[in-house]
Design a protein around this ligand. Structure first.
Ligand code: TLP
Length: 350
């Protein structure tokens, strides 16, 4: 019998556990567009409570919660400020422009961390030639920053500056619970600096579908309008919300196991000639490493790993990302590390 592939492309690849499937099968449902689905309501209320916000709304994806947030905060002709490597800027097809007529001003952050000195001069004067600076978006943990946790004081300082200057603040917290578990700082403590926060259930938390956007009641009411026009009004969505609820109630603390596994993988990569971690430290469940050109490209490396049963993703022609999650065991992670080392050795001798 051949072993199953070790799939560490993303923490989005997890499948609902038997216990989660029972919760899904037993979910109470109703039409959540006409009125309210009781399971969706429970999920939304729990999210709002955990994030210390008045209300929350369930949506099909993290892309939608981010883009509905942009739409809630901005009008066409407005501009948002974000780190150049953030998900909203890189992986959402420029939806802020396509769907909301919003421009972006990007900042070269340090693995996702923007400094106040980089931001101070970016607010545009009130002048009819210019777009209106309206919103600052942060991402925590930071995906292209290899799961980096933004320093708490940095988040506080950037958000205070934004507030003092009349800018709205949105947090892409797709993996906020990874930051919570690894930092020991509560979700509401992170969230209090932002007007809106989005969190995902279909990443490390292991649910099959969905994200939530939390914030003040009036903004979430407006978000409900925009969710509908973006095609995210869902009927008996308690079926999928039950998986998300199960994930929130059962799978938060265990994220620490993924973080420990990512450190095991990082150690194997650190010891391998021709590979270097970027950044050097691993804060949560992601590892990004550079493949030296003497071993070929990241695409060559990915193909060689795939042949040996390890699935990863490239993040650039020279960089690879691996993500630990609840469907990979520590043994599999150790094996993935050994395979990475063997592949590097082999490519060196080509
Ligand atoms: N990220 C995915 C890919 O889109 C890259 C992944 O495999 O990591 N914010 C952040 C920080 C994300 O990492 C993602 C997904 C999203 C938003 C979007 O979530 P979905 O996929 O639910 O639209």
């Amino acid at each position: 019998m051949t072993d199953r592939p070790i799939d560490i492309r993303s923490d989005t690849v997890t499948k609902p556990s038997p216990e989660m499937r029972v919760a899904i099968a037993n979910a109470e449902v109703n039409d959540d567009v006409i009125d309210v689905d009781p399971t969706v309501k429970r999920l939304q209320d729990l999210c709002a409570e955990m994030l210390g916000k008045e209300a929350a709304i369930y949506m099909p994806s993290g892309t939608m919660t981010n883009q509905v947030a942009v739409r809630v905060h901005c009008q066409p002709g407005d501009e948002l400020i974000c780190d150049v490597n953030c998900h909203i800027y890189n992986y959402e097809q420029g939806a802020y422009a396509q769907l909301s007529g919003v421009a972006t001003r990007t900042v070269e952050g340090d693995f996702g961390v923007m400094q106040l000195d980089q931001l101070r001069d970016l607010i545009r004067p009130d002048n009819e030639h210019m777009v209106r600076t309206r919103l600052v978006c942060l991402e925590n943990t930071h995906n292209r920053g290899a799961g980096r946790i933004l320093p708490y004081e940095n988040v506080e300082a950037v958000c205070r500056w934004a507030e003092e200057n009349g800018l709205r603040r949105h947090l892409d917290g797709a993996r906020l619970f990874d930051a919570v578990v690894a930092s020991g700082i509560e979700a509401a403590e992170w969230a209090k600096h932002f007007d809106t926060v989005s969190v995902c259930f279909s990443k490390g938390l292991g649910a099959p579908v969905g994200s939530a956007l939390a914030g003040p009641r009036d903004l979430i009411q407006l978000a409900r309008r925009h969710r509908k026009v973006f095609g995210g009004g869902m009927r008996q969505s308690g079926i999928i919300a039950a998986g998300a609820l199960y994930a929130l109630e059962n799978n938060v603390e265990r994220l620490a196991e993924d973080h420990a596994n990512a450190k095991i993988l990082a150690n194997a990569i650190r010891e391998t000639e021709g590979l270097s971690l970027e950044p050097e430290n691993v804060d949560t469940n992601m590892v990004i490493f550079r493949v030296d050109s003497s071993l070929g490209t990241a695409f060559d490396f990915l193909a060689a790993l795939e042949e040996k049963g390890v699935l990863v993703l490239t993040v650039s022609p020279a960089k690879i990302r691996a993500v630990t999650h609840l469907d990979v065991t520590d043994k599999e992670v150790i094996r993935a590390g050994e395979i990475i080392q063997r592949v590097a050795e082999k490519l060196k001798d080509r």
